[in-house]
Structure formats: structure tokens, C-alpha cells
Design a protein around this ligand. Structure first.
Ligand SMILES: *Cc1c(COP(=O)(O)O)cnc(C)c1O
Length: 497
């Protein structure tokens, strides 16, 4: 099994090439040429621990990695010390209700750890195989969460260096502290005088600048990406859908390995829910994939109408990691369901760039509707949902997860479906303590660390140590640059000027 680009079905790539390049030169995304069938393996898979479950799925996709290399990556990533126990994807089966797949027990308390803890190791091996042993320079523009998760993942990983740029006044005090106290010899954090778009635009310019590229090449370095369109970030996410299903089976919540389940996923760039689609295509018994959005409801509209329109107001919400108008990974889904027709797909994507929208053909739209149910909610409903779950079930969820819970209630009301359901939970409530607290009390402290204490007292759920200890850690970085001088800063830090 190997890989091809969504914009050109002819050329073949190995797994290490796909991971090391990140995005195809024709602008397309890498996809597997075929999806391995896994249904027959479920019985055995269910008997394994998470580490071995992960290895058994990686083996199917990492065609030019040895078993030892795969084991090495998985063991470095899913170390029980990093994930608060030996199962990084904990399934919390609420009584007489849905289950919650808690993907936030890792180092930064958000689901991005699930992929960003392993991607650096996959990349490190990929560079040895396909990248002539060059050192990978990872540039990340971040509005908060991704930056920290990438820093934690890449810190001290052999053959890599990471630099994170964030808008000087555009991240929360907690996110700022998470980033500028980052440990590791190969990490740099830098504030930019500008907004997130300025950071993103400058990073892209540096990435594609040939002169800078040549300069790096002379120094045996190469830019690489930790972006969520990298196949190396999607693949690790397939595992926990199988794992959650196996846990439901082991617990007797589903009676046979044919019984279908629903997954509800709070969605931004469409990466997490796309991994669920891949799991379904591999034979996992899935009924509906429920796509939950916040007020930025571009995906809800697309799934219901077949028209994707990014020309709309952008809302800053209490679930900031889902504040997205262009969901890049949707391209992969459309490629697979439109009959792997690169020409048709390229037309849609070109139209998105030039006209701000596209409409898929009726057949593709029908397949989308059959696979997915979509729903969105605003901030007020998000907070109300947190309050409802906390009062009725004593379960405290974060703002992103609450958007998913609300979408599930909409779905049940509309369809009456009683299928066993898993809500994918993407962040610890403590990561967004200020907003979560609104659901619990009217008396909200100004200071974010004080919010943690109030929330802990109210919920009786302990603040994760990695958040608690931030308060006493000394900041290591105080770099600030103008947006036009990012490239100088990058070259200067690398010592290649
Ligand atoms: C990134 C993120 C999401 C959205 O995931 P996608 O893969 O981009 O759809 C949801 N919740 C949280 C907390 C996130 O960090």
C-alpha cells in the first residue's frame, strides 16, 4: 500500500515521502491508494492494550517502516507517564447515556497531543529514509493550542527543530504561559506584532521562498510541516476510533462485533472526523458520523446543502480551536467519495480559491448526507449544554466537547436514533476554565489561575498537574518581532545567515 495526491492519481509515494513532504507539490493532499480492511481483526484487536492496538494499525499504513521503527515511535509517543496511564484515549462510559472518548489526558490537555506526540518520531524516521538525513525545521503559526502541542511533541526529538510564532496580543494568558515556559533544547517561541493571519502568511512566505530554501539546503536543513493536513497527523487518529469500539465491546455496551455505533466529533479543520471516516471505510461498524460546529457553521451548511461557501462572517467563539472557515481536510473526503476524480476535485478547490465557494455534484452530495449528520450551535447553547451535563450527570466537559454534545441532542431529537454513541471529547475543561466556569457560577475571577481553583472546588475534579505547575514556572522566551522580520529571525536563530 502506498500514497498518491488528491490532485493527481498517477504518481505513487511511500509513507515516509508523504510524511516528510507534508503536502504534495501539486497542492493536493496525500491519501492512501487503498484502505486496508480490518473488520476481521477486531476480535483480536479488542484483547490488546492501546500501545499494541496502535502498532497493529500503523503496520497497515507505514509501508516503508520496519516493525522495530513503528514500535519505537509508538513507545516514545504513548508512554504511560505522558498520558496519565496506559490508555491515552480513555473511554468514559456514562451510565444510561453516551460514552465520552477523552482525548485530553496528554501533556497539553488537548486532543492534538494524540497525533503531535507521535508525528515528530514518524518524521524523524521519514527524513532518514526519504530526506537524505537532513535536519527538519518546523515552523508553526499558532493562535494558541497547536503551538503548544507541537512544541511538546517536538521537544528534544532527534533531527528536528521547532519555531513557533504567535500573535503578540492574540493568545490567552494561559496559552502564553504554556508556550513561553516550554522546555527543550531545540525549541524557539516568538511573539509577532500582528494578528494570527500575519503569522500564518509570513510562515507560508518563508516556507515557499526558494532563496531561503537553498540556504537551508546548503546547511543540510529542510523546512517541514506539523500542519493537520500531514498524513502523519491523521493516521494516529484512526486508532482511537477502533480502540473506543473495542472498549465498548469489552464492556458489553455493544453485544457483537457487527453492532454499529455513532461518533460525534467537534470539528474545525475536518481532521478528527475524517479519521473516523477512514475507520469506517476500513470496516469499523459505524452508523452515523455526527459533525458538530460552533457559530462558524460552514460545514453544517455544506453537509446539508452540497455548497461550501467560505465568504461569510468569521466569529470568535468560546470554542476557538473550531473557529475555522476553510476546513482543509475536507478535500480528502471529497476525493474518496467523488470516485477519486482529481480533475473534478481540482475544479472545486480552484473555485473555492477564486470564487470563495463550490457546489459538489448531486451524487457526491447524497453520499455526504448519507455518511454524516451535521449540526451547529452558538456560545450561549454551548455554555447551557455544559451546565446541563454537569447538573444531570455530574460530568464536566469543555466548550468544544459541549458543541458536540449539543449536536448529538439535536440528532436524537430529529431522528429518534437509539444507537450506542461516542462523543469525542477534545480538551480538558481546565484548558478553557474561564468559559467553562460560566456554566457553574456567576462569580468568575479575573485571573485564569484563580478560575482553576474555583472550578476544582465546584467540580471536585483535580486540576491536571501540567496546568497547575505553569503558575510557578519561569518563562524562557521573550522574543518579539515585527511581521516583516520573521524570516531574519528564523535564519538568525538557525545560524545560517
Ligand atoms: C483542533 C481542535 C478541534 C478540531 O479538530 P479538527 O481535526 O481540526 O477538526 C476540536 N477541539 C479542540 C480542542 C481542538 O484543539
Amino acid at each position: 500500500m502506498n500514497y498518491k495526491s488528491t490532485r493527481n492519481s498517477e504518481i505513487r509515494y511511500s509513507a515516509s515521502q508523504a510524511i516528510y513532504q507534508g503536502i504534495s507539490k501539486d497542492g493536493g493532499l496525500f491519501v492512501p491508494t487503498e484502505l486496508p480492511q480490518f473488520k476481521g481483526e477486531l476480535e483480536n484487536f479488542a484483547k490488546l492494550n492501546y500501545m499494541d492496538r496502535a502498532k497493529s494499525i500503523f503496520k497497515l499504513y507505514l509501508n516503508d517502516f520496519t516493525e522495530e521503527e513503528i514500535a519505537d515511535c509508538a513507545e516514545k509517543a504513548y508512554d504511560y507517564k505522558k498520558f496519565d496511564g496506559d490508555c491515552p484515549a480513555k473511554l468514559n462510559m456514562l451510565e444510561n447515556s453516551f460514552s465520552v472518548l477523552e482525548l485530553w489526558h496528554g501533556p497539553t490537555c488537548a486532543f492534538k497531543d494524540m497525533a503531535l506526540q507521535i508525528l515528530p518520531h514518524l518524521l524523524s524516521y521519514s527524513l532518514k529514509k526519504s530526506g537524505k538525513g537532513k535536519e527538519a525545521i518546523i515552523l508553526v503559526a499558532t493562535s494558541g493550542d497547536t503551538g503548544k502541542a507541537a512544541l511538546e511533541g517536538f521537544k528534544d526529538v532527534e533531527g528536528t527543530r521547532i519555531m513557533v510564532f504567535y500573535p503578540e496580543n492574540g493568545v490567552s494568558p494561559m496559552q502564553l504561559r504554556q508556550m513561553n515556559t516550554q522546555e527543550g533544547e531545540n525549541v524557539t517561541v516568538c511573539a509577532v506584532k500582528g494578528n494570527f493571519d500575519d503569522c500564518q502568511t509570513q510562515v507560508k512566505i518563508i516556507f515557499t521562498n526558494n532563496e531561503i530554501g537553498d540556504l537551508l539546503d546548503e546547511n543540510n536543513m529542510v523546512f517541514s510541516s506539523a500542519n493537520s493536513i500531514n498524513w502523519g497527523r491523521l493516521l494516529p487518529q484512526i486508532i482511537y476510533y477502533f480502540s473506543a469500539y473495542a472498549d465498548l465491546y469489552n464492556a458489553g455496551r455493544i453485544k457483537s462485533l457487527d453492532e454499529k455505533v455513532n461518533f460525534v466529533v467537534p470539528t474545525g479543520n475536518f481532521g478528527n472526523i475524517l479519521a473516523a471516516f477512514y475507520a469506517k471505510q476500513m470496516g469499523l461498524p459505524v452508523n452515523k458520523l455526527i459533525c458538530a460546529s460552533n457559530a462558524n457553521n460552514v460545514l453544517t451548511e455544506f453537509i446539508n446543502s452540497g455548497t461550501y461557501n467560505k465568504d461569510r462572517e468569521f466569529y470568535t467563539t468560546t470554542s476557538p480551536s473550531m473557529d475555522i472557515l476553510v476546513s482543509s481536510n475536507l478535500e480528502r473526503l471529497l476525493y474518496h467519495i467523488c470516485g477519486e476524480n482529481s480533475e473534478k476535485l481540482t475544479e472545486w478547490m480552484t473555485s473555492l480559491n477564486t470564487n470563495g465557494n463550490y457546489t459538489v455534484d448531486a451524487k457526491t452530495a447524497d453520499i455526504v448526507k448519507d455518511l454524516f449528520y451535521a449540526s451547529s450551535c452558538n456560545d450561549e447553547e454551548t455554555i447551557q449544554t455544559i451546565a446541563k451535563e454537569f447538573t444531570e450527570k455530574s460530568y464536566l466537559c469543555d466548550t468544544h466537547t459541549a458543541v458536540a454534545v449539543k449536536a448529538y441532542y439535536d440528532y436524537v431529537e430529529k431522528t429518534g436514533d437509539k444507537t450506542e454513541t461516542v462523543i469525542v471529547s477534545t480538551a480538558s475543561p481546565y484548558k478553557f476554565a474561564g468559559d467553562v466556569l460560566k456554566a457553574v457560577t456567576d462569580d468568575i475571577p479575573e485571573d485564569e489561575f484563580e478560575c482553576l481553583n474555583v472550578l476544582e472546588n465546584a467540580s471536585k475534579m483535580k486540576v491536571p498537574t501540567q496546568i497547575k505547575e505553569l503558575q510557578s514556572k519561569e518563562p524562557r522566551f521573550n522574543n518579539v518581532v515585527d511581521k516583516d522580520t520573521i524570516s531574519n529571525f528564523v535564519l538568525g536563530s538557525l545560524g545560517v545567515k
